[in-house]
Design a protein around this ligand. Structure first.
Ligand code: SME
Length: 155
C-alpha cells in the first residue's frame, strides 16, 4: 500500500466513527471538514453543499477554509453545479483551464467535487479546493466517493 492509501484508510475509519456518533448532522459534517483539512496537506478548503428543496440549487453548508461568496450555486454553474448536473465526480487539476468555474480565491489552483447521492437523487456534494496544481490522484477520488457515500445518511 502507498502512504496515501494508508492515510485515506485511517481517515475513512474516522469518518465512519464520526457518522455513527451521537452529535447532530451538521456538527458531524463540520467535524469531517475539519478532519479532512487537517489530515490532507493538499486539501485547503473543504465544504459541503446541500441541494435545495426545488432540486435546482446548491446551498453552502458546513465548511472549513476561507469564506466564499458562492453560498448558492445553480445546477450547471461552476464546477460544483456541473458535478451536480452530471451526477458524477468532477476533477479539475488546473482551474485556469476550466471556463465554467466560479472562483472563491485566487490562491485556488485545483478542485474536486463529489456528489452525495442517495436513491438516485443528488442530495448535495463534497467540494475540495487545493492551492496546488494537479495534486489529486485516483486515490483521492476513490476516498472522497467513499466519504460521500458514508455521509449521505446525514443529508
Ligand atoms: N469553485 C466552485 C465554487 C465553490 S468554491 O470552490 C467554495 C465552482 O466552480 O463551482
Amino acid at each position: 500500500m502507498t502512504d496515501r492509501s494508508d492515510m485515506f484508510s485511517a481517515l475513512l475509519e474516522n469518518v465512519r466513527l464520526i457518522v455513527a456518533n451521537d452529535s447532530g448532522s451538521s456538527e458531524k459534517l463540520q467535524v469531517i471538514c475539519q478532519m479532512l483539512t487537517d489530515g490532507v496537506q493538499h486539501y485547503d478548503w473543504v465544504g459541503f453543499y446541500l441541494t435545495d428543496q426545488a432540486g435546482r440549487n446548491l446551498v453552502l453548508g458546513p465548511f472549513v477554509g476561507e469564506p466564499t461568496d458562492h453560498v448558492q450555486i445553480p445546477f450547471g454553474r461552476g464546477i460544483c453545479g456541473q458535478a451536480a448536473q452530471r451526477r458524477e465526480t468532477f476533477l479539475v487539476q488546473d482551474v485556469s483551464k476550466e471556463a465554467n468555474y466560479l472562483s472563491c480565491s485566487p490562491r485556488v489552483r485545483s478542485e474536486i467535487v463529489v456528489p452525495v447521492i442517495r436513491k438516485g437523487e443528488v442530495l448535495g456534494e463534497l467540494d475540495i479546493d487545493s492551492h496546488q496544481l494537479s495534486p489529486f490522484a485516483k486515490e483521492d477520488s476513490e476516498f472522497l466517493e467513499r466519504v460521500a457515500a458514508l455521509v449521505s445518511r446525514l443529508f
